[in-house]
Design a protein around this ligand. Structure first.
Ligand code: GTP
Ligand code: SPV
Ligand code: MN
Length: 583
C-alpha cells in the first residue's frame, strides 16, 4: 500500500530516510491486521495473552518501569513567539526543537518496522472531524490506535480527498528519560514524540492532536477542543439531555460517562458519547454541538469494579489491552479495587509482594473500542454531533469546593472553569496529591496561551444566544478521617439531575458569592446513607476558604499578564467583592 497524495508520500519517504527502518507498513485498519500485530507482539514478548475463557481476546502489556505516565515536564509547545505558547506551556523555538529531536530520530528505527497510521478523529463523514497520520515504530501504538481511533483505509481516503492532515512522528527510541521529548508545532500542524511508548505521550491522535494541536486550530477557526466527556442523560419520560464535563486527568470522566443509574432512580438511562475529549462547534441554529473525536477508551483501571463502574468492568472482559496491571495465579488481570481474586504478579512482572507497592500501577490503563461499551450511544457516530444543554467543570478537592454550583451567566461560567484547582494524580509523572490550578482541566493540554484561551471562551457570548448553562462539581470532598463524604459513581446522577432541572428552570437554588447552590433538599438523597449535616456541608460555602481560593486565582492570573481578558479579571474581582461583603 502507498498513497496518491504526494505530500504524504514525500513525508513518509523523508522520515524513512532519516530513521532507517527495516520495513514500512501502511496500516489498513482491518481486524486481520490487528490480530497479526497482536500475534507478533505475543511472539516477541511485548504482549501476553490473558486467560482466554474469562478474558476473551484480552492481552497484557507491561511498559518500561521508567515509562508509565505522561511527562508534562518534557512536553513542549513550539511556536515562533514564546507568548503564543504562554506560561501554561513549556516553550522551545521550532528551529531548536526540530534540531533537538531530529538528531534523536536519526537511525532510530533501524531494524524495526515503521508503521504509517492514517486516522480520522471524529465520525468519518463529519464536517467537524479532522485527520492525521501517525508514523511510529511501535506495534503496541498501532494496536491502541486501532481500538481508539477510526484508522486505516477510510481515513486515508479522506486524507487524500482533503489533502491536509496533522503529521505525527513517533519513535519509542531507547526509552532513556533523558532523551524523551513530546514536541508540538501547532503552526505547522505537526508533532514529534520520542523516547516514550506510553499513553498520551505516544498515541498521538489523543492528547497531542485532539487537544494540543486541535485547541490551537479551534481558536483560529472558532470552535473548542476540550478535555471533556460527553454523556446523554435520559429521564423516565424519554427526554435526553447531553452534558459535556471537564474533569482533570484521573478525576472521574470515564466513570461519569458510563455511569449506571442507582436503583433509587428507576427509568433513567445514561448514554456514553465520549469519555475524554470533546470538540464543540456552534451548529447552524446557534446551539453547541459536540463530537467525540475518539472511538475507544484509554481508561484508568484501578478502582474499576462491579459497583463503581459495571459498564467498564464488563466491557474490558473481551477485546481489551491491559497495560501495567498485575496478574492472578490463573492469569487474569488484577488491580487494586477489583474486588475479586488476588494478585500473584505485579505490573513489573515480578511476584507480588505488598512491600513493593501496588500490584497494578496507579496509572495502569485499559484500551478498548467504544463499541464494547453497553451504554455506547448511536449518536456518537452522528456527523453533526449532539446538542449540549450544560457544560460542567470540576476538580478533585477534599475541601472548599461544594458538590455542585451553577454559574450566573456565561462570563461567570468562564471564571468557574478558569479557576478550577485539583489534586495531581498518577496520570502524569509528578507530585501526586498536590493541588494545582487546572483551568478547564486543560493545564496539560491547551496548545496556546491560557490568557488567549479564556478570551476565546468568552467570545462565544457574542456569537450565539443559545449558550449552555455552566456548572462546577466536586465528587471528592473528604471528612476528617479521609473518607469521601459523597458516595459518587452512579449516585452522581443525582447531581446531573439537579443540573438538568436547573437547565429546564424546574427547581430553585440559593444565591451565594460563588454562584447558585442547591437549596436544602434540592439534591434528592432518598435511600442514601448520608446525614443532613454532611449534605449541608456539601451544598454550602465557607466564605473564609473561598476568599483564599479567590486570592490564589487572582495571583495565578498575574502570570498571564496582558493576555488575561479584562472580563475575566472583572469576574474575579466581582467575586472578591461579594465574598468581602458576605459573612
Ligand atoms: P483520564 O483518563 O486520566 O483523563 O481520567 P478520567 O477523568 O476519565 O478518570 P476516571 O473516570 O478513570 O477516574 C479516575 C479515578 O477516580 C478512578 O480511580 C475512579 O475509581 C475514581 N473516581 C471516579 N469517579 C469517582 C467518584 O464519583 N467518586 C470517587 N470517590 N472516586 C471516583
Ligand atoms: C490523561 O492523562 O488525561 C489521560 C491518559 O487521558 S493519557 O492518554 O495518557 O494522557
Ligand atoms: Mn484525559
Amino acid at each position: 500500500m502507498t498513497t496518491s497524495l504526494s505530500t504524504l508520500k514525500e513525508w513518509v519517504d523523508e522520515v524513512a530516510s532519516r530513521t532507517l527502518p527495516e520495513e514500512i507498513h501502511w496500516c489498513d485498519g482491518s481486524d486481520d491486521e490487528y490480530q497479526q500485530l497482536i500475534d507478533a507482539m505475543v511472539a516477541d514478548g511485548t504482549m501476553s495473552p490473558l486467560d482466554q475463557d474469562e478474558y476473551r481476546n484480552c492481552y497484557l502489556h507491561l511498559s518500561d518501569p521508567s515509562d508509565v505516565a505522561r511527562v508534562e515536564h518534557l512536553t513542549f509547545v513550539c511556536t515562533e513567539r514564546p507568548e503564543d505558547a504562554g506560561p501554561n506551556n513549556n516553550w522551545m523555538s521550532p528551529a531548536e526543537a526540530h534540531a533537538k529531536v531530529d538528531a534523536l530520530f536519526e537511525g532510530a528505527m533501524k531494524g524495526r518496522t515503521m508503521y504509517v497510521i492514517p486516522y480520522c478523529m471524529g465520525p468519518i463523514d463529519s464536517p467537524y472531524a479532522r485527520c492525521g497520520v501517525e508514523i511510529t515504530d511501535s506495534a503496541y501504538v498501532v494496536a491502541n490506535m486501532k481500538l481508539m481511533t477510526r484508522m486505516g483505509a477510510r481515513a486515508l481516503a479522506r486524507i487524500e480527498r482533503e489533502g491536509s492532515f496533522v503529521k505525527g512522528l513517533h519513535s519509542t527510541g531507547d526509552l532513556d528519560p533523558e532523551k524523551r521529548f513530546i514536541m508540538h508545532f501547532p503552526e505547522e500542524l505537526s508533532i514529534k514524540s520520542i523516547g516514550s511508548g506510553y499513553g498520551g505521550n505516544a498515541l498521538l491522535g489523543k492528547k497531542c492532536h485532539a487537544l494540543r494541536i486541535a485547541s490551537y486550530q479551534a481558536r483560529t477557526e472558532g470552535w473548542l477542543a476540550e478535555h471533556m466527556l460527553i454523556v446523554g442523560v435520559e429521564n423516565p419520560r424519554g427526554e435526553t439531555h447531553y452534558i459535556a464535563c471537564a474533569l482533570p486527568s484521573a478525576c472521574g470522566k470515564t466513570n461519569l460517562a458510563m455511569l449506571i443509574p442507582p436503583e433509587s432512580l428507576p427509568g433513567w438511562k445514561i448514554w456514553t458519547l465520549g469519555d475524554d475529549i470533546a470538540w464543540l462547534h456552534l451548529g447552524e441554529d446557534g446551539s453547541f454541538r459536540a463530537i467525540n473525536p475518539e472511538s475507544g477508551y484509554f481508561g484508568v483501571v484501578p478502582g474499576t469494579n462491579e459497583k463503581t463502574n459495571k459498564n467498564a468492568f464488563d466491557m474490558i472482559r473481551r477485546d481489551a489491552i491491559f497495560t501495567n496491571v498485575g496478574r492472578t495465579a490463573d492469569n487474569k488481570p488484577w488491580w487494586e479495587g477489583k474486588g475479586v481474586g488476588e494478585p500473584a504478579y505485579d505490573w513489573r512482572g515480578n511476584e507480588y509482594d505488598p512491600e513493593s507497592g501496588p500490584a497494578a500501577h496507579p496509572n495502569s490503563r485499559f484500551t478498548v473500542a467504544a463499541t464494547n461499551n453497553p451504554s455506547y450511544s448511536e449518536l456518537a457516530e452522528a456527523p453533526e454531533g449532539v446538542p449540549i444543554s450544560a457544560i460542567v467543570f470540576g476538580g478533585r478537592r477534599s475541601t472548599v469546593t461544594p458538590l455542585v454550583y451553577e454559574a450566573r451567566d456565561w462570563r461567570h461560567g468562564v471564571l468557574i472553569g478558569a479557576s478550577i484547582g485539583s489534586k495531581l494524580t498518577a496520570a502524569a509523572v509528578g507530585e501526586v496529591g498536590k493541588i494545582r490550578r487546572d483551568p478547564m482541566a486543560m493545564k496539560p493540554f491547551c496548545g496556546y496561551n491560557f490568557g488567549d484561551y479564556w478570551a476565546h471562551w468568552l467570545s462565544f457570548e457574542n456569537r450565539t444566544d443559545k449558550l449552555p448553562k455552566i456548572f462546577g462539581v466536586n465528587w471528592f470532598r473528604q471528612d476528617e478521617d479521609g473518607n469521601f463524604i459523597w458516595p459518587g459513581f452512579g449516585e452522581n446522577l443525582r447531581v446531573l439531575r439537579w443540573i438538568i432541572d436547573r437547565v429546564e428552570g424546574r427547581i430553585g437554588a440559593k444565591d451565594t458569592p460563588i454562584g447558585y447552590l442547591p437549596d436544602e433538599g434540592g439534591i434528592d438523597t432518598t435511600g442514601l446513607d448520608i446525614s443532613d449535616d454532611a449534605m449541608h456541608e456539601l451544598t454550602s460555602i465557607d466564605v473564609a476558604h473561598w476568599r483564599t481560593e479567590n486570592k490564589h486565582f487572582a495571583d495565578y492570573l498575574q502570570k498571564f499578564g496582558e493576555h488575561v481578558p479584562e472580563e475575566l479579571r472583572h469576574q474575579q474581582q466581582m467575586m472578591a467583592e461579594q465574598l468581602a461583603k458576605a459573612s
